[in-house]
Ligand binder design. Structure first.
Ligand code: NAP
Ligand code: MG
Length: 500
């Protein structure tokens, strides 16, 4: 039996969690679900209930969509100047920075991730995203177009484009980076002048609700930001709603496809960030110490619960045994524990469901004939902890090689540099990210072009930046988030042509 020590929780986190069930944010008011129902959200390190949360369903989604529609069509939001939207978004960024520790601890309790990382990475980056898109609010521009109009010889014209907000946007986010994924969607959507309904994941609704308080405090007009907590049926109601103009979704490829189906009714716009099974490629000429450390980060960051996780580790055959041994040794040294323990490097998985899924893949890998250099089973007897696991002796058709596991599990495969690695790396329905480790600059660029993935990181992994577009090839998604490209998902172009 592994006894889990209790760690001190900040008073502002305790006070947020006390005081009765958390409510929905609709039209600027905190309201219970129409049904009066609530559901519990848990600490995955202990299984303890953290809070009861309003169980939003179709009626609540309807109310939220009406509020967002009113705010879009009639509210002060449309009349606001871009620099006023800029100031409001900047204020949210500042409030997030001021309260980063509160957000970090709350995220850690709800999700299981390290509180230190949730503060320094998730929350700090979310604040950066709000400030980045605050800056864009005043820089969303159309263009003047030098038209020829061959059917109107002799005419003179003044033609230009406007980039307008899409309208009412449903933002559906997962549990792996609850606050950050919300920020990635909210900030560009609001910078562009849309109104939104945010639907957090059932496992991790708390930081979205705390963020809702910041929107109220910053002075956003009622109805611009609405938050409906609940389950998949609330997400489905949003995706199928005829008065929603756009859905932005991050989550599984399976649910992404359901959203595409549901969106058909009114042909709402859809952008999708879906699953991955990303290749991480280590050439023999790499800085191997750097590559060991980076490869560990590639598949273990956030306990492997990353859409970009580098879970197919391709290692040049001449260094395969030595390199995988070094990765396994480093993985076995990782400190496992609850997220509130400052020394924790690997926390629990988010839920019983995710724990069952990941341990199921461990069993399937072993049954298929894979060998675990380290790990291969749960850790301890309490909480949803899984040992970091390095599989070798794997075949391309094994489920642990093909399917997204979303846990601390990597499958390592040797490759022959002369034969090339791109075909094996691209043998996936996904195409989200890739890592390449080599000191040969030409090989690095050449391989980057051969890999079908939305992000390629060279001599690093998880090389994200707010200014760099992010998104998938193949079944990893539609559209891009972050950067200037991230605004495309939340704007629609109008062409205006005037005969002079
Ligand atoms: P998921 O079902 O795709 O959930 C993502 C979001 O979609 C949640 O807010 C979810 O609500 C909502 N949702 C569920 N069913 C919906 C529907 N029919 N229509 C609209 N929205 C719906 O992901 P999950 O069940 O949490 O995780 C399952 C697997 O997906 C994981 O094991 C992992 O492999 C993958 N995943 C990928 C990512 C990623 O970033 N690519 C993130 C999370 C999970 P509820 O939370 O209430 O179900
Ligand atoms: Mg789900």
């Amino acid at each position: 039996m592994t006894a889990l020590v209790e760690y001190p929780v900040r008073s502002e986190v305790t006070s947020f969690l006390s005081g009765g069930p958390k409510r929905l944010l609709i039209g600027g008011e905190w309201v219970p679900a129409a049904s009066g129902r609530t559901f519990p959200t848990h600490d995955p390190a202990t299984g303890a209930v953290l809070a009861e949360v309003a169980y939003g369903q179709t009626d609540d989604v309807d109310r939220a969509v009406r509020a967002a529609r009113r705010a879009f069509d009639d509210g002060p939001w449309q009349a606001m100047k871009p620099n006023e939207r800029e100031r409001l978004l900047w204020r949210v960024g500042d409030l997030l920075s001021e309260r980063a520790e509160q957000f970090g601890q709350l995220e850690s309790l709800d999700n299981g991730k390290s509180a230190g990382i949730a503060t320094a990475v998730d929350t700090a980056w979310a604040a950066d995203v709000f400030r980045y898109y605050a800056g864009w609010a005043t820089k969303i521009e159309g263009s003047t177009v030098n038209v020829s109009m061959p059917f109107a010889p002799g005419g003179q014209f003044h033609a230009y484009t406007l980039r307008e907000p899409v309208g009412v946007c449903g933002l559906i986010v997962p549990w792996n980076f609850p606050l950050l994924m919300a920020a990635w969607k909210l900030a560009p959507a609001l910078a562009a002048g849309n109104t939104v309904i945010l639907k957090p994941a059932e496992q991790t609704p708390l930081t979205a609700l705390l963020l809702g308080e910041l929107f109220c405090e910053a002075g956003f007009p009622p109805g611009v930001v609405n938050i409906v907590t609940g389950f998949g049926d609330a997400g489905a109601a949003l995706s199928g709603h005829d008065d929603v103009d756009k859905i932005a979704f991050t989550g599984s490829t399976e649910v992404g496809k359901k959203i595409v189906d549901a969106a058909k009714g009114n042909l709402k716009k859809v952008s999708l960030e879906l699953g991955g099974k990303s290749p991480n490629i280590v050439f023999a000429d790499a800085d191997l110490d750097l590559a060991v450390e980076g490869s560990l980060n590639a598949w273990l960051f956030n306990h492997g619960q990353c859409c970009v996780a580098g879970t197919r580790l391709f290692v040049e055959g001449t260094i395969f045994d030595e390199f995988t041994r070094a990765v396994a040794d480093a993985a076995s040294q990782v400190k496992i524990g609850p997220g509130l323990d400052p020394s924790t490097q690997l926390g629990p998985l988010v839920s019983q469901e995710q724990f069952d899924k990941v341990t199921g893949y461990l069993a399937a890998g072993l049954a298929d004939g894979a060998r675990a250099l380290t790990g291969g089973k749960r850790w301890g007897e309490q909480g949803f902890f899984v040992e970091p696991t390095v599989f070798v002796d794997v075949e391309p058709e094994f489920s642990i090689v093909q399917e997204e596991i979303f846990g601390p599990v990597v499958a390592a495969m040797p490759f022959d540099a002369d034969a090339g690695v791109a075909a094996a790396a691209n043998d996936s329905i996904y195409g989200l990210a890739a890592g390449i480790w080599t000191k040969d600059i030409s090989k690095a660029h050449r391989t980057a072009r051969q890999i079908k993935a939305g992000s390629v990181w060279i001599n690093q992994y998880n090389g994200f930046d707010t200014a760099m577009p992010f998104g998938g090839y193949k079944q990893s998604g539609w559209g891009r988030e972050l950067g200037a490209a991230g605004l495309d998902a939340y704007t629609i172009t109008k062409s205006v042509n005037i005969a002079l």
